[in-house]
Design a protein around this ligand. Structure first.
Ligand code: HEC
Ligand code: HEC
Ligand code: HEC
Ligand code: HEC
Length: 182
C-alpha cells in the first residue's frame, strides 16, 4: 500500500474513533430531568422518585447499619467502596468522560440509572418523540434493568425480587390524556 494512503487511513480511523467516543451520551444528573419532570402536567415523576428509597441509596451507605454490613467485607467506608457503590449510585462503572459536571453520585439511584445517560435526549424536541429519544440513548427499562442491582450477590439486605410488586412501589406514570372535548 502506498505509504501516504496508509497514513491517511490511520489518521481517519483515529479521528472517527475519537469522535465516536466524544459523542457518547453523558450522565447529566437527575436535576436536569427535574426541570420538566417535576411539572404536574408531565406526571411529576421527580416527587415520586424523591420519596422512593432510590433517592436515599447513597446516603443510606453512611448509616451504622451499612457500616456494620461493610465491616464483614473489610470495607471501612461504604460510600467510598466499589463493593457498595456498584448498586447504590447512578452510572457506576461509566468512564469519567461519560459524566457531565452537573452529575453527582450523591443523588443515589437517579433517573438515568434506569433510563440511561441523558445528555442527548433531554431536549424538548427529542423528548417529545419517543423514537428519537430512544435513538439518543433513552432506555425504557424492564425487569432486566432492575436485576443489574436487585440480585443477592454482595447485597446483605437482599429481598426476593418480584418485578410486579417492586415496580408498583416506584411507579411514576404520566397523567392519562385528558378526555377528548365534545
Ligand atoms: C425540556 C423538558 C424535559 C427534560 C429536561 C427531560 N424531559 Fe423527559 N420528557 C419530556 C416530555 C415533554 C415528555 C413527553 C411527555 C408526554 O408525552 O406526556 C418526556 C418523556 C419522557 C419519558 C417517557 C418516554 C416515552 O415516550 O414514553 C421518559 C422515560 C423521560 N422523559 C425521562 C427523562 C429523563 C431521565 C430526563 C433527564 C435525563 C428527562 N426526561 C429530561 C420533557 C423533558
Ligand atoms: C443502580 C441499581 C438499581 C437499579 C437499576 C434498580 N434498583 Fe431498586 N434499589 C436499589 C438500591 C440500592 C435500593 C435500596 C436503597 C435504600 O434502601 O436506601 C433499592 C430499593 C428498591 C425498592 C425498595 C425496596 C425496599 O427495601 O423497600 C424498590 C421497590 C425498588 N428498588 C424497585 C426497583 C425496580 C422496580 C427497578 C427496575 C425498574 C429497580 N429498583 C432498579 C438499586 C437499584
Ligand atoms: C448487588 C447490588 C448491591 C450491592 C453490591 C450492595 N447493595 Fe445494598 N442494597 C441493594 C438493594 C437492591 C437494596 C434494597 C433491598 C432489596 O430490595 O434487595 C439494598 C439495601 C441496602 C441497605 C438498606 C437496608 C435496609 O434495611 O434499609 C443498606 C444499609 C445497604 N444496602 C448497604 C450496603 C453496603 C454497605 C454494601 C457494600 C458492602 C451494599 N449495600 C452493597 C443492592 C446492593
Ligand atoms: C428504578 C428505575 C427507574 C428510575 C430510578 C426512574 N425510572 Fe422512569 N421508568 C422506569 C420504568 C420501569 C418505567 C416503565 C417502562 C415501561 O412502561 O415500559 C418508567 C417510565 C417512565 C416514564 C413514562 C411513564 C408512562 O406512563 O409512560 C417517565 C416519564 C419516566 N419514567 C421518567 C422518569 C424520571 C424523570 C425519573 C427520575 C426522577 C425516573 N423516571 C426514574 C424505571 C425508572
Amino acid at each position: 500500500m502506498n505509504r501516504s494512503i496508509f497514513v491517511i487511513i490511520v489518521a481517519l480511523t483515529i479521528f472517527v474513533a475519537f469522535n465516536l467516543a466524544y459523542a457518547a451520551p453523558k450522565y447529566v444528573g437527575g436535576d436536569k430531568c427535574k426541570a420538566c419532570h417535576k411539572l404536574e402536567k408531565y406526571g411529576n415523576q421527580q416527587e415520586i422518585w424523591e420519596k422512593s428509597k432510590h433517592a436515599q441509596a447513597f446516603t443510606v451507605l453512611a448509616t451504622e447499619k451499612a457500616k456494620e454490613a461493610a465491616k464483614k467485607l473489610g470495607v471501612d467506608d461504604p460510600q467510598k467502596s466499589d463493593k457498595c457503590l456498584k448498586c447504590h449510585v447512578t452510572g457506576f462503572g461509566a468512564a469519567a468522560e461519560a459524566k457531565d459536571v452537573t452529575f453527582k453520585m450523591e443523588e443515589g439511584v437517579g433517573c438515568e440509572a434506569c433510563h440511561g445517560p441523558g445528555s442527548d435526549y433531554k431536549t424538548m424536541a427529542i423528548m417529545k418523540d419517543m423514537k428519537q429519544a430512544m435513538a439518543a440513548g433513552l432506555i425504557m427499562p424492564d425487569e432486566k434493568t432492575c436485576k443489574k442491582c436487585h440480585t443477592p450477590e454482595g447485597n446483605d439486605f437482599y429481598k426476593e425480587f418480584n418485578y410486579k410488586a417492586f415496580f408498583a412501589q416506584i411507579a411514576h406514570p404520566r397523567p392519562a390524556p385528558a378526555p377528548a372535548q365534545k
